[in-house]
Design a protein around this ligand. Structure first.
Ligand SMILES: [Zn+2]
Length: 506
């Protein structure tokens, strides 16, 4: 018998086809930008393919909001998202700036971090948020009055209608479509929803399963339930993950769970070892007492469920690696692939131990570009900033790693992460840690097969091999051929999934 080729499909003759990109740390919340106006600093592609210009000053933000106000009925809420105060050179955004945009609408500016919002006086009045309000997290101005900044959910939720509006958008079925389109636009064929809460409810599982199984849905979704609650609930949670795993299909998978152990470095809430932060106030906080981590994770480890643990700070990586060591002494599992995600400040010693234990890292390499200057000058200082997201060291040590965008925290796209890992340029064009740069070939592996590996999915995705899904990323140029500093500028045509082409709107 022969396998004669009778029909050759020439449609991509002038394109470059690669194994589909795999994003091992993103969130379906990415789809919110289809509904909420984007007001971040950098230009950003929306789910429909349009690029929205970044806003470079508080003044530009005020102007954008007053334009929206002109087209919004008086009294109706204006909710915008993606603002990041760290880039603003002018004074910190307050209700005064937002009042200049409109006093006839409640205005809620949701920050990129997801931990803060700034609101106008209309909202402060609407919900009686005055200087004596007992809720924690209400920012105060020098005049002793609330300045409009609401920190963390307890304070943000005071603006109940506007805060709920964000929640409604994030959980709407359309958001999953917008998420998938955002990923397709940048050539990603499989992406995680890391920290999903939904699959523990039957109804939301059914909706997600139906949406993703549609034959034209352009993405394989890898759903990682977030581990929250008491340690005593975890056996039940592990059973639920195993039960939902039974219902996996080609476009929806449940190989891992996610746990969050600390905050962010730029927010000073990550837990960092001595000498801690370089400047600024250390608000490092373990979200779970370190001595409870083993008990928390044991049911998942024993059930054969991969664990991805959010570790931004070096102290947090240490706790997670030690916990995995304890679990492995109790219950050996040679192929666990437990992964420290973010892993930004992993030390050389931690990487060696993680390698010996069979762990992986998923570096938040986009930080080098987006916050690299701030990390060098403010958060951790030059020595440690140069060694952040240490792909080069991981290669030398032999620790398996991927890298991610944490979208919507930074825009999705592996051409950008690869560009960061290969060049390590900050947003002002300075090289941060030249010894941690890696080759294009290593970057390609991290963005494809090594991401699939840490998701326990490399038998299905991450490379083009007989017996695996034929997921492809379609590019205009070959990242191996272009000048390294232009990798991020390569045009993405779209993707191919299950033989179906998914062009991005050009
Ligand atoms: Zn995340």
């Amino acid at each position: 018998m022969s396998w004669g080729i009778t029909n050759v499909d020439h449609r991509f003759a002038d394109k470059v086809l690669t194994a589909g990109f795999v994003e091992a740390h993103s969130h379906t919340m990415t789809g919110m930008y289809a509904s909420l106006p984007y007001v971040g600093f950098f230009d950003r592609m929306m789910p429909n393919g349009d690029v929205v210009k970044g806003l470079k000053s508080t003044q530009e933000l005020t102007e954008r909001i007053s334009t929206i106000a002109e087209n919004t009925p008086r009294g109706e809420s204006i909710v915008v998202s993606g603002f990041d105060p760290i880039y603003m050179e002018s004074e910190r955004l307050s209700r005064i700036h937002l009042d200049a945009a409109t006093i006839d609408h409640p205005v809620f500016v949701f920050h990129a971090s997801g931990h803060l919002a700034t609101v106008n006086s209309f909202i402060l009045d609407k919900y009686d948020i005055g200087p004596d309000h007992p809720a924690p997290g209400i920012g105060m101005g020098d005049d002793g009055q609330p300045n409009g900044e609401l920190r963390e959910p307890a304070a943000m939720a005071l603006a109940s209608e506007e805060y709920r509006q964000i929640g409604r958008i994030v959980s709407a079925p359309d958001t999953l479509h917008h998420f998938a389109n955002s990923m397709r636009n940048v050539g990603i064929t499989s992406a995680t929803d890391l920290g999903a809460l939904l699959h523990l409810s039957e109804k939301t599982f059914e909706a997600t399963s139906e949406t993703t199984s549609a034959h034209d849905f352009p993405l394989r979704v890898i759903s990682a339930c977030r581990v929250i609650g008491n340690a005593t609930d975890m056996s039940d949670a592990a059973r639920k993950v195993l039960a939902v795993r039974e219902k996996s299909h080609d476009k929806l998978h449940f190989p891992i769970v996610k746990m969050v152990l600390d905050g962010s470095i730029q927010g000073f809430t990550a837990v960092i070892q001595w000498p801690q932060y370089y400047s600024g106030e250390d608000h490092g906080l373990f979200l779970l007492p370190p001595e409870q981590v083993v008990d928390f994770l044991r049911p998942f480890h024993e059930a054969g469920i991969g664990i991805h643990c959010h570790c931004n700070g070096s102290a947090t990586s240490e706790v997670f690696i030690d916990a995995v060591e304890t679990l492995l002494r109790e219950t050996p599992w040679l192929d666990h692939r437990h992964t420290a995600t973010h892993a930004q400040l992993m030390t050389q010693a931690q990487m060696k131990k993680a390698r010996n234990l069979g762990m992986c890292a998923n570096f938040f390499i986009n930080h080098v570009f987006y916050w690299g200057d701030q990390h060098r000058d403010i958060t951790v200082g030059p020595d440690r900033a140069h060694g952040m997201n240490p792909c080069g060291s991981a290669d030398r040590i032999g620790l398996s790693y991927s890298f991610h965008t944490d979208s919507p925290v930074t825009p999705p796209g592996h051409l950008h992460t690869m560009w960061c890992a290969v060049n390590r340029l900050t947003s002002t064009g300075k090289v941060l840690g030249e010894n941690e740069r890696i080759s294009v070939d290593r970057a390609f592996h991290a963005a494809t097969i090594d991401a699939a590996y840490q998701l326990h999915m490399d038998h299905l995705i991450g490379s083009l091999e007989v017996g695996k899904f034929a997921d492809m990323t379609v590019l205009d140029h070959d990242p191996y051929d272009v000048a390294p500093e232009t990798i991020k500028d390569i045009n993405v045509w779209g993707t191919v999934l299950d033989g179906i082409p998914h062009p991005r709107p050009q």
